[in-house]
Each structure stands twice: as structure tokens, then as C-alpha cells.
Design a protein around this ligand. Structure first.
Ligand SMILES: Nc1nc2c(ncn2[C@@H]2O[C@H](COP(=O)(O)OP(=O)(O)OP(=O)(O)O)[C@@H](O)[C@H]2O)c(=O)[nH]1
Ligand SMILES: [Mg+2]
Length: 633
């Protein structure tokens, strides 16, 4: 597979990823004319909503041939609302090109992206784009990059960076000898792959300046995918909808191969592959097989979701490292404005949650209300367009509400003896202990080995996630250790699913005993503004219940950081812009959950039957698990 490179382009919004993708396709001859984002004619912004808005909202796959090497490119979206897609694309590739605008410089998203590049140990090349603009400042932008990403090395003086780490380069440098270009390039490739340096290029995706150097760097410095024979192992980094062929799972194959008509298991379900498309020289083209090291669209996987593993997960390198690091902090109600049946809308939204699992449909069957989790206003606007374009349903979103969480207030015991109505036997005792912020749920089982058989322990463990999904106030429980300290099954009376029914009962009892404290999400915000506006910003921060840091003043400019609740700062960007007459800069990233001082009224209606309503819950759970209420013996 040494003639393939799989790469992703990532950057903050508007840096020029889609334009650069287009330029790479054009220069290598895959397309005859260079399309434009502004006219809605590029290859990778192909959704109607992307064309209309001039922003990318989906990761898009294309491919070209550069110097005889096939380069598969994933053009990722740059807007913060779609950031969750970026890391998934990183997982599917072997090299990442990060763009930074020569005009706007490093943005919050650039930091998030470079952080993911480091965390996932991926080789990276940086392209400072828009060098053609009058206000471009390559030196300044390079130093901003270097500050947060020390392995960045300007390619034009890469020799000096290499001299610091490579003996041969040091000797050549020391004796003033110029190294042959080919040898120098081999060294750059070596140290790019070993993650010691990240070569930095600059130029313009519009005029094409610097693009051929970047293209050569992509083929020469990035590693080629490893070829692994044997059983199939792959990863679905995105699920899209194809108007003609239905659900398209965009996958990277890491081991073995995947062919049309092959049977394959994903998440415990069996599928038969109906069609495969590979990106070939600017077009998605029918193929019989995807081999290890290749990326393509796979059809026939009717229930597969973004983030699923294909075949054997263990065959995907670093599979255990894959987790969703982003989380939505807001939720909003969705309603159809034309009286479309709510169940039809629910079905449409479930299709969208297969594509973006973080949307996480929340269905409340009693009031028949639908909520989804979202990252921001751009995402809801785009969803509105997509739901209308694809399902013909005009929708409206309600007010954005913050997603709170709950955490146990003190240590406590949760107990349940599920022994009636017969036949059933499941006795469980948990100890619940509060943990530090950011710990999440940690489950363990210290019940004596003779007390509960292995398969029931397993069942309890598998039921934890659903049991902590709703605390007494309706929010997800977090930051707690849940320890199964005792349990009992019965050789005759225990029914196979009894522990699945009993776990939420015992934990609901536990959370009632521990009590819960409400938590709310905070952002870490950074502000740069004119000194004369600082006083007003400070009083705004206090009014929003924020905690300001120490201000730093340089001449007429002030820089200050602050921790602020999401709930009070949802619309602050607009107020800040008007406060500073558009001259201030504000950026923010999620910084974690903290105790919320005003818990009144911030509850979520219970979805489904409450385990504390015991008899009703048992009946409903039995019914849901078996499709029928157990027969009494
Ligand atoms: N002057 C100049 N403009 C550019 C360059 N590259 C992109 N643009 C313009 O910048 C805008 C954004 O370009 P895109 O290619 O959509 O940027 P993107 O990074 O794909 O944006 P998102 O996918 O929405 O995050 C468009 O108006 C482009 O025409 C460049 O090198 N020079
Ligand atoms: Mg784009």
C-alpha cells in the first residue's frame, strides 16, 4: 500500500480546507476546472445546505493521484458546532494537514485540533493559507502555531530544526555543508513520521501558490497505510445519506478486506454488503472490494452508526483509544410546524442520530415530546435545512437549554430485592461514592466471588449505563463510583433478565439515599478588548456568575480569561461584539461541569417509567425486555 496516503484536512472555520481540496484535485488533473466555495461549485461541499451557506457541515471524501501516489482526502468541517466529526476522521487516516489562515491566525478550534493531533499520535503537516491576502502575516501566524505546537518547523529552515535532533544534519550544519535535497527530504519524512517535527508550508489555495510543495510533502512525508491480511477490521468514521442508495457508511479498513456480498458483523448485528464505492480520481466509483489501508463508502449496513467498528474491533489499531471526546452542552425541543405526526419526525431524527450519535434523541413518551442535544445555533439551522430537504418535514427548534448533570451528594447504599412478583430472584446491593469533578462513572464489583454468578455480574455491569442516564431530577448521573458490594441469585427462581430489571431499581434507591447535587457546564472564555471597555466586561462576567482571572494590560489592550456558566453566557458573543464595537475578540471552550448554585426548577421530566414507581416499573421493564409480561408459574 505504499502508493496510498490517507489524509484529513482540518482547521478552524473558513481557513480554506474545501478550497485547498479543490485546488489539489485541480492541480493533479482530477477535475478540469477549480470550483469555488462562494459559488457553491466545489466537489466536497456537495450538500445543498453547504452550497447555499458556503460552509462545510459534513466530512467529505475524495481522492486524487499526486506523483503516482493515490491520495485519499477527507475534507472536514471547521465550524465549532461540527467539531465532533473531525476527530473521527483523524481516526481513519494516517496523516493530517492542519490549515491556519495567514490573516486570522490561530483560533480556539486550531488549538482543539492540534491537541487531538497530539493525543492521537498522528503525523501532521501545517499549511498557512490565504498568503495572497494583503493582511497576511506568515511570521506572526507561524510563531502563534509554534507557541501551542512546538513540533511545528517552517519547511524553508527545516535544516536547522533537524540539526538539533539528527547527528548527520548537525555535522553538516556545523561544517557549513549543504545537504543534498533528496537526503534532507528523507530526513524530514523520517522525523515527520516519528512525530518529532511537523513541516509548515504557506501559500494560497485560491492562487495555487505553495500548493505543489504541499502536495509533494503529502506524498513524501506522510506514512503509507499498513497492509494487514486476515480477518476484517474497520472503523466507520461517518455515516451519510445517499439520495439513491440510502445509508452510506464511510469506513477505513485496517485489516483484511470487505467485499460486495460479504457477510459482516457490526455491533452484534449481521449484514450483507450490497455495494461499495471508492473515491477514484475525484469521483466515487463502484468497487468490488475495500482492502486494508483503503477508505470508502459501504452500503447495505442498514443500522450501522457513526463510530461503529466493522468486523473485529481488536484488529483496528488503538481501537481502545477511540472515544467521543466532545459532548453537547445544550438541548432543544424539536417540533414539526406543519402538523406532521410526531412519530414520523421521531423516525427521521433517529436516522440523523445514526449519522451524528451525539445528537442523542430524547423522547418523552407521555407528553410525546422530542428533544435533541446540540452544539449550537449553526447546527440547528443546518439540521432544519437537512430535515426539510431529506424528509420534507418543516421543523422548528425551541429555546436552547443547558444540559445539566447530577452527582451523588454523599456516600450511600442502594439496595433492591427483586423477588416478587414471581418468577424472579435478583438481590443487589451497591455502594455509591461521590468522585471528583470530571471522573465520570467508575464501576467495580467487590461482591464476594461466591455470591453472584459471573453472567449476572456481567448483566449488572451492562445495565449501569442505562441506570445512570436519569437521576432523581432527570439528568445523567456522573462523577461517582458504583461498587456492587453484594448480590444474590437463585438457582431455580432467577429468570435470565432479572438483573437487568433489578439494577435500575437498586441504583434508584441508592441515588435517593445519597441525594444528588446539580451540576452545570462551564466554558473557559478568553477576551481581548480595548482597555476602555474592560470595566463593562468585568461587570458582565460577574453578572453571569463568572470567575474572572487576572487581567493583563498591554498599552490600550486588555486580555482576560474567565470561567463562566454556559447557561448565562449562551448569547454573550453578540453582546460582547456590540460592547467592543466589533473590535474585541472572544473565544471559548468547554471547561467542565461544576456545582450549580440554583437548583430550583432545573429538572427534566422522567422519560419512561420511574424505577421508584416500583410495581409499574417492573411491569413495564418485563414487557420491554421480553415483548410480553412474564408468565406466572
Ligand atoms: N484570498 C483567499 N481566499 C481564500 C483562500 N482559500 C479560501 N479562501 C476563501 O475563504 C472562504 C472559505 O473557504 P473554504 O474553502 O470554504 O474554507 P473551509 O475551511 O472549507 O470552511 P469550512 O469548511 O466552512 O470550515 C471562501 O470564501 C474562500 O473563497 C485563499 O488562499 N486566499
Ligand atoms: Mg469546508
Amino acid at each position: 500500500m505504499n502508493n496510498i496516503r490517507n489524509i484529513a484536512l482540518a482547521a478552524h472555520v473558513d481557513a480554506g480546507k474545501t478550497t485547498l481540496t479543490e485546488r489539489l484535485l485541480f492541480e493533479s488533473g482530477a477535475i478540469r476546472a477549480q470550483g469555488s466555495v462562494d459559488r457553491g461549485t466545489t466537489k466536497t461541499d456537495d450538500l445543498p445546505v453547504e452550497k447555499r451557506r458556503g460552509i462545510s457541515v459534513r466530512s467529505a471524501l475524495t481522492s486524487t493521484v499526486i506523483n503516482g501516489v493515490t491520495v485519499n482526502i477527507i475534507d472536514t468541517p471547521g465550524h465549532a458546532d461540527f467539531i465532533s466529526q473531525v476527530e473521527r476522521a483523524f481516526f481513519a487516516v494516517d496523516g493530517i494537514v492542519v490549515l491556519v489562515s495567514a490573516v486570522d491566525g490561530v483560533q480556539t478550534n486550531t488549538e482543539i485540533i492540534l491537541d487531538a493531533v497530539s493525543r492521537l499520535n498522528k503525523p501532521c503537516i501545517i499549511f498557512i493559507n490565504k498568503a495572497d491576502r494583503d493582511t497576511a502575516d506568515i511570521e506572526r501566524v507561524f510563531s502563534e502555531i509554534k507557541d501551542i505546537f512546538p513540533r511545528a518547523a517552517m519547511f524553508s529552515y527545516v535544516f536547522e530544526d533537524l540539526a538539533e535532533r539528527d547527528e548527520e544534519c548537525f555535522e553538516a550544519f556545523d561544517s557549513g555543508i549543504e545537504m543534498p535535497k533528496e537526503i534532507l527530504r528523507q530526513k524530514v519524512a523520517k522525523y515527520t513520521k516519528s512525530l518529532d517535527i511537523s513541516p509548515v508550508f504557506y501559500g494560497s489555495a485560491i492562487t495555487g501558490d505553495g500548493v505543489s510543495d504541499l502536495a509533494a510533502a503529502i506524498t513524501d512525508f506522510f506514512p503509507f497505510p499498513e497492509e494487514k491480511e486476515g480477518e476484517t477490521g474497520g472503523f466507520i468514521y461517518a455515516v451519510n445519506h445517499d439520495r439513491v442508495n440510502g445509508r452510506a457508511a464511510f469506513a477505513r479498513i485496517f485489516s483484511g478486506s470487505l467485499s460486495v456480498r460479504q457477510q459482516i458483523s457490526i455491533n452484534g448485528a449481521e449484514y450483507k454488503i450490497s455495494m461499495i464505492k471508492k473515491p477514484v480520481f475525484g469521483k466515487m466509483t463502484d468497487a468490488q472490494t475495500l482492502y486494508s489501508g483503503e477508505v470508502g463508502a459501504v452500503y447495505g449496513l442498514s443500522e450501522a452508526k457513526t463510530g461503529d467498528f466493522i468486523g473485529r474491533k481488536e484488529l483496528v489499531p488503538f481501537a481502545e483509544k477511540y472515544s467521543e471526546t466532545e459532548q453537547a452542552l445544550m438541548m432543544t425541543a424539536v417540533t414539526a410546524t406543519d402538523g406532521t405526526d410526531i412519530l414520523k419526525l421521531k423516525a427521521a431524527l433517529s436516522e440523523l442520530t445514526a449519522e451524528e450519535p451525539l445528537l442523542d434523541l430524547i423522547w418523552e413518551p407521555i407528553s410525546k415530546s422530542l428533544n435533541i442535544k446540540v452544539f449550537g445555533n449553526i447546527q440547528t439551522e443546518v439540521l432544519k435545512d437537512i430535515i426539510f430537504e431529506r424528509f420534507g418535514i418543516p421543523v422548528e427548534f425551541g429555546q436552547m437549554n443547558v444540559i445539566y448533570k447530577e452527582t451523588p451528594t454523599r456516600e450511600g447504599i442502594g439496595f433492591d430485592a427483586y423477588t416478587i412478583p414471581k418468577p424472579c430472584w435478583a438481590i443487589l446491593k451497591f455502594r455509591i461514592t461521590p468522585l471528583a469533578r470530571g471522573s465520570g462513572i467508575i464501576y467495580k464489583c467487590s461482591a464476594p466471588p461466591n455470591r453472584l454468578s459471573y453472567r449476572y455480574r456481567k448483566q449488572v455491569e451492562e445495565s449501569i449505563k442505562a441506570s445512570v442516564a436519569q437521576g432523581p431530577r432527570g439528568w445523567e448521573i456522573t462523577d461517582a463510583e458504583i461498587d456492587l458490594i453484594d448480590g444474590e441469585d437463585h438457582p431455580i427462581h432467577t429468570h435470565p433478565l432479572d438483573f437487568t430489571v433489578a439494577t435500575p431499581l437498586a441504583l434508584a434507591d441508592g441515588f435517593r439515599n445519597t441525594g444528588t447535587t446539580l451540576l452545570e457546564p462551564y466554558i473557559h472564555a478568553r477576551f481581548t478588548l480595548q482597555a476602555e471597555c474592560y470595566g463593562r466586561l468585568l461587570s458582565d462576567i460577574i453578572r453571569m456568575r463568572g470567575e474572572p482571572g487576572e487581567p493583563v494590560r498591554k498599552k490600550d489592550t486588555v486580555f482576560i480569561e474567565a470561567e463562566i456558566p454556559v447557561a448565562t453566557s449562551l448569547d454573550y458573543a453578540a453582546s460582547f461584539a456590540s460592547l467592543t464595537s466589533g473590535k474585541g475578540v472572544m473565544s471559548a471552550i468547554f471547561s467542565g461541569y461544576r456545582v450549580c448554585p440554583e437548583p430550583d426548577g432545573k429538572t427534566m421530566p422522567r422519560r419512561g417509567v420511574d424505577p421508584l414507581d416500583r410495581s409499574k416499573y417492573i411491569l413495564a421493564a418485563r414487557h420491554a425486555l421480553t415483548g410480553t409480561v412474564f408468565e406466572t408459574v
